[in-house]
Design a protein around this ligand. Structure first.
Ligand code: NAP
Length: 304
């Protein structure tokens, strides 16, 4: 089955969709397999787009957890600013939708399924990016989970481990995987997505807040160690941003009232309002900035 379809798939761009469908219908392959191959084809190859000229032209960027919310906004912005972007998350359907959405906007993106907690997925993300683009210049580590709400001492060991495995360890392991390729390229830029909660823990999400504090430390450590290799490591610390992840904080009025007085701008942020900061940190304009965290929180109280 593979033998029949693969040549068509490989040359899919040359022979066109019509021939691919004809070839499949007239063979025992079946439409399901055809759909699977088409999906793989669409995800793997950024459609040829008009070249985006911008501050990130010629750069290759990997953004984790980038099929919705802040990650998707970052992926879109990096692509608009000229980078070739590989987006990813756990669910194939989410990846397909996000790739389709950004490609329809004329952006140079492709996608791959990557659960950052799985070693094989992290390795595949890096190797596929290299296969498709020949280099990695930018890593945005954006994935995080929060499986526990309540008093910190009530958090189970399993939930604590999950939080640190995804939010901290996976960011470290991804950085470890991309650094040799950035070194080969003569430099690069890593942005870790933390949270304002990393500075000022939010009530009832203590373990998550502590994991985000750990990222502030990881940023400093990696920035120092990687500066000689011309790899800059910085951090984004969003305040409350309107996404599915934070919906418990903003979806009803009473929860919002808790935060109202603490946000100088008296509103929560939008994912797009985080994205430009990441693009800036990855750009030449930030060439002398490393080990920093930029808080994007509408003036929310979180540090001096
Ligand atoms: P979101 O809108 O809920 O999006 C979460 C994304 O993460 C989805 O694309 C999801 O796709 C993906 N994802 C979840 N688990 C994953 C995993 N293990 N591996 C890979 N991808 C995974 O979330 P968000 O609010 O944009 O949050 C993004 C980052 O911003 C997080 O690091 C979060 O801590 C941080 N942050 C958010 C806020 C806020 O108020 N929203 C504030 C401060 C910091 P799949 O389901 O397909 O995997």
């Amino acid at each position: 089955m593979r033998g029949i379809l693969l040549p068509y798939y490989c040359r899919g761009r040359e022979i066109g969709l019509d021939s691919l469908i004809l070839a499949s219908v007239s063979s025992p392959i079946g439409l399901a397999r055809l759909a699977e191959c088409l999906e793989h084809f669409l995800l793997s190859f950024p459609k040829p787009q008009t070249m985006q000229l911008g501050v990130l032209s010629g750069k290759v960027a990997m953004v984790t957890a980038s099929t919705q919310g802040i990650g998707l906004a970052i992926a879109r912005r990096l692509a608009r600013d000229g980078a070739q972007v590989v987006i990813s998350s756990r669910k194939k359907e989410s990846v397909c939708n996000a790739v389709g959405q950004l490609q329809a906007e004329g952006l140079s993106v492709s996608g791959i399924v990557c659960h950052v907690g799985k070693r094989e997925d992290r390795e595949a993300l890096v190797s596929e990016t290299l296969k498709r683009h020949g280099a990695i210049d930018i890593l945005v580590s954006n994935a995080a989970v929060n499986p526990f709400v309540g008093k910190a001492l009530d958090c189970s060991e399993e939930a604590w481990d999950k939080i640190f495995e995804i939010n901290v360890k996976a960011a470290f392991l991804l950085a470890k995987l991309v650094v040799p390729h950035m070194e080969q390229r003569g430099g690069g830029s890593i942005v870790l997505v933390s949270s304002a909660a990393g500075y000022q823990p939010i009530a009832n999400i203590g373990p998550y807040s502590v994991s985000k504090t750990a990222l502030l430390g990881l940023t400093k450590v990696l920035a120092t160690e990687l500066a000689p290799a011309n790899i800059r490591v910085n951090c984004l610390a969003p305040g409350i941003i309107k996404t599915k992840f934070s919906s418990v904080l903003w979806s009803d009025d009473s929860s919002m009232q808790e935060f109202d007085g603490t946000i100088a701008m008296r509103r929560i942020g939008e994912p797009e309002e985080c994205a430009g900061t990441v693009s800036f940190l990855c750009s030449q304009d930030a060439v002398y900035i490393t080990g920093e965290t930029i808080v994007v929180a509408g003036g929310a109280y979180c540090r001096l």
